[in-house]
Design a protein around this ligand. Sequence first.
Ligand code: NAD
Ligand code: DAU
Length: 339
Amino acid sequence: MNIIVTGGAGFIGSNFVYYELEHHKEDRIICLDKLTYAGNLETLKDAMKNENFRFVKADIADREAVFKLFEEEKPDIVVNFAAESHVDRSIEDPGIFLRTNILGTQVLMDACRKYGIKRYHQVSTDEVYGDLPLERKDLFFTEDTPLHTSSPYSASKASADLLVLAYHRTFKLPVSISRCSNNYGPYHFPEKLIPLMISRAFEDKSVPVYGKGENVRDWLYVKDHCAAIDLIMRKGREGEVYNVGGHNERANIEVVKTVLAIMGKSEDLIEFVTDRPGHDRRYAIDPTKISEELGWTPETSFDDGIRETVEWYGKNKEWLNGVLSGDYMEYYDKMYSNR
Ligand code: NAD
Ligand code: DAU
């Protein structure tokens, strides 16, 4: 099969590219990515050596470029990871979130309609459900929890989800949606909590914790998320939403202290800073549906995953410095400007 993976130069998309190349050697993976600040070709340098992989630099909201690629590749499956993904940036400047996350999704689905596909899979987030109270440990997000968003980011993702379900009902497009909790692991851009803490602590710089660090996130190792998406897009039912999460809730302050302890750094590095406006209190996923229907369960414990993640950043400081310095854009020009 030909599989178009959008946003495959980012954090989860790149892990997914490697997952597919390893587990489905019979399939061809075409990565379409705009290479925003969050996309990095260095991340895909091993994939580039695989003859079943092709990289195309394009914007999912660019109708002409997207239709051209579909004409060339006639994909069987399209998996959409491409998005503006950082809540804090959406608070600073919402516009690009609406363009990429909503209009980009529309363009991809219009191309899917024209060229015909077996499955369009939308990678969504648990943030579309809003948040849960800290003191109600008995409450979890199910697929029937009403959409109730807090940030421009989550509102754009919820809008895209509604559009995907509308294309299914109105145009019979064969779609599926996954809504996952917070991921962590290799290639995570160092603007997000865990890689930011790791990259700052390496240099003995202060680590900024919003508010009192009491907000709770439900952490999942990125490879477990990739396995879930792979199952849903191949075996999940059309028109369905699947929640993905591993029952691994932690307060932010606990996560930060765990990272510092693994790195052998002092908790004195912690600096409590002004809270995020509209900060969601707690996310917690009920993954019963994916586990009962598709047999998915996470394989990596938080203790193992977080240790491996810290080790990965330790061994990949060049990658870290590259994404922080913007060197990856020069790398792209060098590799692709004359093609
Ligand atoms: P990321 O920011 O690391 O990567 C996003 C990728 O999309 C980058 O490679 C970027 O260059 C590309 N991109 C951005 N705009 C584009 C455009 N207009 N056209 C083509 N490519 C574009 O994001 P991530 O954390 O890997 O998240 C991937 C997806 O998973 C997103 O849809 C996000 O909403 C969702 N998600 C993320 C998490 C998480 O914890 N990170 C959890 C659940 C769901
Ligand atoms: O739940 C899934 C979502 O998880 C995804 O849809 C988003 O794309 C992804 O970015 C993530 O959103 P969060 O807002 O939960 O992730 P972030 O890493 O930005 O923040 C995690 C928690 O840590 C959150 O409560 C805010 C807090 N935080 C974050 C940063 C960047 C801090 O305390 N300090 C920080 O410097």
